[in-house]
Design a protein around this ligand. Sequence first.
Ligand SMILES: Cc1cc2nc3c(=O)[nH]c(=O)nc-3n(C[C@H](O)[C@H](O)[C@H](O)COP(=O)(O)OP(=O)(O)OC[C@H]3O[C@@H](n4cnc5c(N)ncnc54)[C@H](O)[C@@H]3O)c2cc1C
Ligand SMILES: NC(=O)c1ccc[n+]([C@@H]2O[C@H](COP(=O)([O-])OP(=O)(O)OC[C@H]3O[C@@H](n4cnc5c(N)ncnc54)[C@H](OP(=O)(O)O)[C@@H]3O)[C@@H](O)[C@H]2O)c1
Length: 510
Amino acid sequence: MPHVVTQSCVGDGSCVYACPVNCIQPTPDDPAFEHAEMLHIDPAACVDCGACVTACPVDAIKPHRLLDAGERAFLAANAAYHRTPRSRPLLAPVRPRLRVREHERPLRVAIVGSGPAAIYAADELLTIPRAQVSVYERLPVPYGLVRAGVAPDHRRTRRIARQLDRVCADPRLRLRLGVEVGRDVTREQLLASHDAVVYAVGAAADRRLEIPGATLPGTASATEFVAWYNGHPDHAGRSFDLSHRRAVIVGNGNVALDVARILTVDPESLAGTAIAPAALAALRASRVEEVVVVGRRGPAASAFTLPELIGLSATPGVGLAVADDARAGLARGGDPKLELLRGLPPARDGARGITLRWGLTPARIEGAERVTGITFAPTSAAVAAAASDAATADAAATADAAADPAAGRALTTLDAGLVISAIGYRGLPIAGMPFDAASGTIPSADGRVLDAAGGAAIPGLYVAGWIKRGPTGFIGTNKSCSQDTVRALVDDFNAGLLRPAADPAPHRSA
Ligand SMILES: Cc1cc2nc3c(=O)[nH]c(=O)nc-3n(C[C@H](O)[C@H](O)[C@H](O)COP(=O)(O)OP(=O)(O)OC[C@H]3O[C@@H](n4cnc5c(N)ncnc54)[C@H](O)[C@@H]3O)c2cc1C
Ligand SMILES: NC(=O)c1ccc[n+]([C@@H]2O[C@H](COP(=O)([O-])OP(=O)(O)OC[C@H]3O[C@@H](n4cnc5c(N)ncnc54)[C@H](OP(=O)(O)O)[C@@H]3O)[C@@H](O)[C@H]2O)c1
């Protein structure tokens, strides 16, 4: 009876290391790992020992016989992955342990931020005997998007916080909450008392939808909406107009699905979760009945992942449907995501729930004083063909939308009282640090901060997580990212390149 990985998989690879027969793939050292939508257990090789169940921090792994009706699709999804022969050897090597050269003083590192990237970096550093880590977090609570991003009804995923708690309980780690680096403490102050500083500040802002009407009341970004329902202090005072029966979400990544589900699920199912009380009250009074999620490219290029689609389609009380005009585009071909989409019912006028649409590029938001709807142009072949290369696709999309009326192509207008853009997050500059405005990241190479994109490394400064790679990937994706950064940091320490500007007492306040 095989074990099966289900929806709450965060891809941190704990199960991979625990499995005695190496039947869970892709492994963190596989190039496919960074972009994998989840990990998969090979049902033919699984020996049913349960080691992975114990290792998984978010209870994502279940024995086959305990899957509930909504989870059965994961059995096929796990097996399908292993049907394709992999070119790499089955027995993947486990990462070598970090080794710090014998040194007269301990390695001291400051980490900025306390999201997954920061805590995974701390965890890796604390494998070094005598290492000391100070974590600086601007908010009064730790763990970044684990609290302020992950949806409140994703209870199993939120359990990752217990694993982060265990790392923070190490007496060699000091967690300093409510300290904003760049405002309350400078990078020079941190460098004076530490060998190195790792910036793991995430991507707190959103990519902007740059079309006419995008700032009208009734428009919002998913970044704001998510932060509001999760009680992020920066967005606690926000309100959203939920008085119209239809809301439209632009973009179809996992964040779009989270927002669509929160808007349509029975609010009573959110009571007792970590949702902000004000958001729960607003959702209880909401008159939103239909949420249309619009992707600019075709169904095969949908940015949401298979586990999230399976989870959404099995959410009680949430009707998930495919717009009629899209059904013909759902070609057969064995892709599990397209197969699942093909099995969804057609959208019906006036029905409650979530409708998925594709192939529409936003052209303008309608309304004089506030939003009354949104108009889309058909997406051009150039954009539809572009991979998720945001810059190329955006340039083509902007040209596309601007040229559309002249080209006389049929526009589609959807009435709506709320338009939410869920088109991705974006990093913000930190005072005193270089910033690459094009990618919204701190420029880096192998985790070492550069003075400009393609420039020279600045001694003692490192990056990890979304501010290093850009805003993509699961919680666990940041683990290997942070391990790579720590490896570079330790190499530099061993090479004698790191030294605090002033030699401090252990864990002196900055
Ligand atoms: C809405 C949403 C839902 C998601 N849901 C899931 C999910 O269900 N499962 C999953 O696997 N992945 C999920 N993800 C992805 C996952 O949350 C990210 O991969 C991960 O949080 C990125 O980690 P990070 O540490 O780079 O950034 P963050 O988690 O953003 O952490 C950055 C931290 O740095 C702090 N900070 C910023 N600036 C400063 C400063 N100057 N000084 C001190 N502190 C600072 C911030 O306050 C924050 O706490 C979700 C992402 C989003 C946006
Ligand atoms: N449960 C989970 O595991 C979970 C939950 C939430 C988030 N996450 C992860 O967090 C990361 C961020 O998620 P995300 O949803 O913010 O980003 P995302 O996955 O990058 O999706 C962004 C979406 O916006 C679209 N888009 C971008 N620019 C656009 C424009 N100008 N006009 C119209 N559409 C545009 C993209 O279309 P194109 O593809 O055409 O560019 C895509 O559909 C992802 O890696 C995600 O998997 C995970």
